[in-house]
Design a protein around this ligand. Structure first.
Ligand SMILES: [Zn+2]
Length: 243
């Protein structure tokens, strides 16, 4: 169920039986000339809603919270339309959201992250809150944690690449300009941090070849990733019952 659609009495009734809260976290960020700036939010919100659907079929209730739209995106900030929030601000903001859910009585909080630059601030926020409350926080980076499943579908993956482009083709095809889709995988042996490194590592805001993307592949990725997350939540719930 979607948190923003409940009244407070409904929320109060359901919160005791809800097993987890899923909070999608993304960024407003350049994704090549072919994908919308909201890509990193559209994807985890869709995955969260599919997890909710799958769990409903199994009789398990979760709450999907509204997403955190703005993220920390240092590297891609060289392109117009990227709205970068400092790592400290993101960490503090997400920690406040986690604390509030902990105070509302939830024990398993799932950060479903759609954007690489958020990783470190999300870990730090989670550690801070886990010191204060008896909660279990999951940090899911969907494209990394389920890389194996994704690479069964796509030949490569990367920022605005085959996997992300496929996912957006599946869920918001009207926003994808496939004629503008191009790019290549670029890496450096060691991490180099420089204000304008984005131009070099992400030409046009891309780091992979997106031209083989398709809606069918996107559908397959969304199906597999949401199924795996649903399974993990069911397993964790059953383990909890046993102890
Ligand atoms: Zn992205």
């Amino acid at each position: 169920m979607r948190l923003e659609e409940l009244t407070w009495p409904e929320f109060e009734r359901v919160r005791k039986k809800v097993k987890a809260v899923i909070i999608p976290v993304g960024s407003v960020e350049a994704h090549g000339r072919h994908l919308p700036l909201g890509t990193d939010v559209f994807a985890p919100v869709e995955i969260a809603n599919r997890v909710d659907e799958k769990l409903k079929e199994k009789g398990v209730d979760v709450i999907v919270a509204p997403p955190v739209w703005y993220g920390h995106t240092f590297v891609l900030n060289v392109y117009p339309g990227t709205i970068n929030i400092s790592a400290d601000a993101l960490k503090a903001y997400v920690a406040e959201i986690l604390r509030e859910f902990a105070r509302e009585g939830f024990r398993r909080l799932v950060l479903l992250n759609g954007h690489g630059g958020n990783h470190s601030p999300l870990v730090l926020a989670s550690e801070e809150v886990a010191e204060e409350f008896d909660v279990e926080i999951w940090l899911i980076n969907w494209w990394l944690d389920f890389r194996e499943e994704i690479l069964e579908v796509c030949s490569s993956q990367g920022h605005a690449g085959e996997d992300e482009t496929s996912v957006i083709l599946a869920i918001r095809p009207e926003l994808v300009k496939m004629k503008e889709a191009r790019g290549e995988r670029r890496t450096r042996k060691v991490r180099v941090i420089r204000r304008d490194i984005g131009f070099e590592l992400f030409p046009d805001g891309v780091n992979d070849d997106p031209r083989n993307a398709s809606a069918e592949k996107g559908e397959a990725i969304l199906g597999r990733v949401s199924e795996r997350i649903a399974e993990l939540l069911v397993e964790a719930d059953e383990e909890g019952k046993g102890s």
